[in-house]
Write a protein that binds this ligand. Structure first.
Ligand code: HEM
Length: 154
């Protein structure tokens, strides 16, 4: 009886682990695809707003143009957190994720300077370029899984 009970327990544990694994497998790819798509939407939106900022376009003042990036960036970060939970990897145990997080702060900073705060057209262009370069660095880090970014891509 004891053997039967422990065998049942063993099987149910096995089933639980198995179904948890299935859930992780089911969600990993769609979430990663969403994360990558949101990153591309974020970049595209930034390029368009950067272009409007450099050319002092009134289109930049539309309410939805100001709000949409916050929604996209919140979703981008949400998918990043979900990926970290699924993979059990985070800035505390993976240098490349920490590098991404720090670079993201720079990307947001350069982006804000380019679109809002830079006083002249030349400085807007400069910060726009720096933001794009930071974004390219982040993609390299994501692919290489290493802070050396594109230099680490084999
Ligand atoms: C502008 C910001 C970001 C961009 C452009 C970006 C881009 C990407 C790309 C292209 C991938 C797929 C890489 C691959 O496996 O081929 C990816 C995966 C991932 N990203 Fe991001 N990401 C950004 C922000 C973040 C942030 C802030 C975090 C966490 C703090 C993060 C965490 C992750 C994780 C955990 C993966 C999964 C890696 C794997 O499947 O092994 N991402 N990201």
């Amino acid at each position: 009886m004891l053997v039967l009970a422990s065998t049942c327990q063993l099987f149910s544990w096995h089933d639980i682990n198995y179904s948890q694994e299935l859930i992780v497998q089911d969600f990993y790819l769609p979430i990663k695809t969403a994360h990558m798509s949101l990153a591309m939407i974020s970049l595209l939106g930034f390029i368009i707003r950067g272009w409007w900022a450099i050319n002092s376009s009134a289109l930049l003042q539309q309410r939805w143009v100001k709000n949409a990036p916050h929604i996209v960036d919140t979703l981008l970060l949400t998918t990043a957190v979900l990926l970290m939970i699924i993979l059990g990897q985070h800035p505390g145990n993976q240098g490349w994720i920490l590098a991404k997080l720090i670079a993201l702060v720079f990307y947001i900073g350069f982006g804000t300077l380019a679109i809002k705060r830079a006083p002249t057209r030349a400085t807007k262009i400069l910060f726009f370029g720096l933001a794009i370069a930071t974004f390219a660095y982040i993609i390299g880090v994501a692919i290489a899984h290493h802070p050396t970014s594109w230099l680490g891509v084999t």
